[in-house]
Write a protein of this length. Structure first.
Length: 224
């Protein structure tokens, strides 16, 4: 077991519980995804021992290698949260339970029909297209495209709070964008937002899926 891992996980979970209480929300509404990118497969094994059910990865090569190494962990759910090339979509669908980063029609159209994959459309809150995510003005059309894709089930909207703004305001903005998506797909009520440094603000603004890495795993060791 990696030193300090159990303590950091317990600490983050206590903070999630406190933030739910402050927001008047139920803890059960929230899925806590531990982002394990750049960490070895053994860390995921340790996390599963500690009761973790959902992990997040942002690069296909790394994720598929870990998935193969951890094939015995049959009930673990894998969330793909990174930018994705269309020609990798079908490969990601083999191991991912949820893809959080659908950001363009070509990617939505690149998944096969089966198995049906849960997904989020990602909105970019910055002016930098390199950050990933669709521009807010493109979001409704993207949601329509996902709704029409037979292999995708739209859960909601995903975003990363930009470094340069108050995260609470950024998450409030995501909520507004999500309302427009819900006008297209009424069942798409989920919000994937909140990372190590801002998950409490995200909970206050209605996050249903938290993507928390370094606050639980410690510093990323392999790279980045
Ligand atoms: C790395 C990553 C996270 C987790 O970041 P931390 O700051 O380590 O919690 C969440 N979401 C995405 C999209 C990421 O790439």
């Amino acid at each position: 077991m990696i030193p300090g891992l159990a303590e950091r996980l317990a600490d983050v979970d206590a903070r999630i519980t406190d933030a739910c209480r402050a927001a008047g929300r139920q803890r059960a509404e929230i899925t806590r995804i531990v982002v394990t990118k750049f960490h070895p497969a053994q860390l995921i094994r340790d996390l599963v021992t500690l009761g973790v059910t959902d992990v997040g990865e942002n690069r296909h090569q790394e994720a598929s290698a870990k998935f193969a190494e951890l094939a015995d962990l049959a009930s673990l759910r894998w969330h793909f949260i990174g930018q994705l090339q269309s020609n990798k979509a079908r490969q990601v669908a083999r191991y991912a339970t949820v893809v959080h980063s659908i950001d363009r029609p070509a990617l939505a159209n690149a998944f096969g029909d089966a198995p049906v994959l849960d997904c989020f459309v990602q909105v970019n809150l910055t002016d930098d297209p390199g950050r990933g995510g669709a521009a807010p003005s493109e979001l409704d059309a993207l949601a329509e495209c996902v709704a029409a894709a037979p292999g995708l089930n739209l859960l909601g909207v995903m975003a990363v709070a930009p470094l340069e703004v108050d995260p609470r305001r950024a998450f409030a903005e995501v909520r507004q964008h999500a309302e427009r998506v819900r006008a297209v797909v009424p069942s798409a009520t989920a919000l994937s937002m909140g990372m190590s440094h801002d998950f409490e603000d995200a909970i206050l603004e209605g996050a249903t899926h938290l993507r928390i890495g370094s606050a639980i795993t410690g510093e990323r060791v392999l790279r980045g």
